[in-house]
Design a protein around this ligand. Structure first.
Ligand code: IPM
Ligand code: MG
Length: 356
């Protein structure tokens, strides 16, 4: 098949991990006879430096023309002045909004070989296989903001329609998995959460009667994620709770550098990004873990291009190099020799060339 993929390297380790992602896509194309073309565009701090705008119009146009978008990461100390008028993160939020990708899927699996890399006791990790579906284009991230010398406010708003559509994505996913959905809110305090809970209960009762629905308050969910992580199948929650809970959940897998994500809307076009940030402390050193981006590429192949076989091949290549002992610094144990981003990626590409 022919596909156009926009690559947004962004900032920090973003260029390193996104070029790893591109190398894997090129290997898939070569093996399976696909014609993938790539359009590299500016986003985040790199775009502010070049154009003054964290999401230039050319970038938006390229993304809208593409079948999928692969993003590295945005942000960094250079653009973190609290009084700055424009920030890299604004570009990412605007991109999510422009693309209409309201459902952000963040799968968390624990590879037995990496259980030691997790700070959680190994007996809690057996069988962990969950997906967090994070609402991505609403809530407090997108509400009106105000600031004066004495006070500040961020408005959190949700509409019934915004809640319904993301709940349906999560419920369909749970139906295809183990049939369990956990909705996370703060309904004992927040009005938006009470709307979230009522809407969830109604959508599930009317449309997904076979699902097992559990509801948790976000503080309890944070605790249950550590005390009984293997019980969860699909977790659905609003934008900010999902942001926080997925960083927590990444510790089950062992490193933030392992978790991919797919952001989807009503069309096949999706935005794919590792859940980690730009990691400025290790940027440019060639040591970032590309696994999260490579796993995001697998999601891109499956969810935007419909290439299931190729997606499976990427996932098994990634898992098999980890099983055989390849470790970047973030997941290396005391007796492992850590390898860099490019060497790790080469191993995956070589494995793929034998299996795809
Ligand atoms: C994420 C990140 C972003 C978010 C930042 C960079 C704006 O933390 O994708 O989880 O908060 O959504
Ligand atoms: Mg985050």
């Amino acid at each position: 098949m022919e596909a156009l993929i926009t690559i947004l390297p962004g900032d920090g380790v973003g260029p390193e991990v996104s070029s790893a992602g591109q190398a894997v896509l090129e290997a898939v194309a070569a093996e399976a006879g696909h014609g993938f073309s790539f359009s590299h565009q500016l986003a985040g701090g790199a775009a502010i430096d070049a154009t003054g705008n964290p999401l230039p119009q050319d970038t938006v146009a390229s993304c809208l023309e593409s079948d999928a978008v692969l993003l590295g990461a945005v942000g960094g100390p250079k653009w973190s002045d609290p009084n700055a008028a424009v920030r890299p993160e604004q570009g990412l939020l605007a991109l999510r909004s422009e693309l209409g990708v309201y459902a952000n899927l963040r799968p968390v699996v624990v590879l037995p070989e990496l259980a030691d890399a997790s700070p959680i006791k190994v007996e809690y990790l057996d069988g962990v296989d969950l997906v967090v579906v994070r609402e991505l284009t609403g809530g407090i991230y997108f509400g009106d903001k105000q600031r004066d010398a004495e006070s500040a406010s961020d408005l959190c708003t949700y509409t019934v329609a915004e809640i319904e559509r993301v709940i349906r994505v999560a419920a369909r996913l749970a139906t295809d998995r183990r049939g369990k959905l956990c909705s996370v809110d703060k309904a004992n305090v927040l009005e938006t959460s009470r709307l979230w809970r009522d809407t969830t209960n109604r959508v599930i009762a009317r449309e997904f009667g076979d699902l097992e629905l559990e509801t948790l308050l976000v503080d309890a969910a944070a605790m249950h994620l550590l005390s009984r992580p293997a019980d969860f199948d699909v977790i659905v929650t609003e934008n900010m709770f999902g942001d926080i809970l997925t960083d927590e959940a990444s510790m089950l897998a062992g490193s933030l550098g392992l978790l991919p994500s797919a952001s989807l809307g009503d069309s096949a076009r999706g935005l794919y990004e590792p859940i980690h940030g730009s990691a400025p402390d290790i940027a440019g050193k060639g040591i970032a873990n590309p696994a999260a981006t490579i796993a995001s590429v697998a999601m891109l192949l499956r969810l935007s291009l419909g290439l299931d076989e190729e997606a499976n091949a990427v996932e098994s290549a990634l898992h098999s190099v980890i099983r055989d002992g390849a470790r970047t610094a973030d997941i290396a144990g005391p007796s492992d020799t850590a390898i860099g981003t490019d060497d790790f990626t080469d191993l995956v590409v070589r494995r793929l060339s034998r299996t795809a």
